[in-house]
Design a protein around this ligand. Sequence first.
Ligand code: ADP
Length: 301
Amino acid sequence: MAVVSRCSRAATAATTANATTAPTFAYLIRSLSPFSSSSSTFDPQNDLNNRNKPAVLGTLKRESKGRNVQWVFLGCPGVGKGTYASRLSNLLGVPHISTGDLVRDELASSGPLSSQLKEIVTQGKLVSDEIIIDLLSKRLEAGEAKGESGFILDGFPRTVRQAEILEGVTDIDLVINLKLREEALLAKCLGRRICSECGGNYNVACIDIKAENGRPGMYMAPLPPPPQCASKLITRPDDTEEVVKQRLRIYQAMTRPVEDFYRIRGKLLEFDLPGGIPESWPKLLCALNLEDREDKQSAAA
Ligand SMILES: Nc1ncnc2c1ncn2[C@@H]1O[C@H](COP(=O)(O)OP(=O)(O)O)[C@@H](O)[C@H]1O
């Protein structure tokens, strides 16, 4: 996909040349986390504000000029964080890092954490900050080794504590808060399907909310799999009605406050999804002052 930036702060960051922030960030997120061996008694205020933060952040902020984007996606389960984060990642050439995917990879690996994680995830609960930061640090370190720079985070931070840790180690440029009408969220989660072979994400739900009491209707077409994937579809074990409702409750309790965390720092971009990908993608690009030339060309063809 080709990208043209039209002058927002966010888009400017997107198109500037790469620099060397990623190594520092992966190292810092591990070393500043409350669980690193160098920090035995953690008090977020003391540790981040007084002890570690000023020195390392000074270095990081100097180095971060002219780097790739460092964005975060927030939003309820089923809103489409993965879909839009992945599209922006292709457009901007930065990695899309989903902590939900990291957890699922760890589960699939049958490593030492997997039985513990399985119980937490299938109950719709949050994994501990310790485990999630460890998984994220490893992913960032692997990315650094491949020369990655910048990121679009999806699913992290999910608690104010995670947001404080992240804010202590790097400058997040922008937090995109995706919002979708509540009646669509459950149906979207229940309609999610993954191809067990290629990992492609599809959705069999057809959302058709009629206009009512002055509220406009909303239509979201299904995203069907291509024929070669159709017989290999699986459903995430945590996408059952009971577990999705629990995840939505946990989002309200634990993640909603993260929106305020970024709102008061002037980093939150609220984006109400108007419908499915064909309506929402161009509007999201417009809100970000970005343009997807290839998408436009294929639409015009
Ligand atoms: N930042 C995080 N903190 C704690 N747990 C997480 C985090 N990210 C992912 N998880 C775990 O992985 C599960 C799946 O995450 P994700 O794919 O992002 O789901 P959702 O569709 O609910 O946004 C979560 O329900 C949670 O158990």
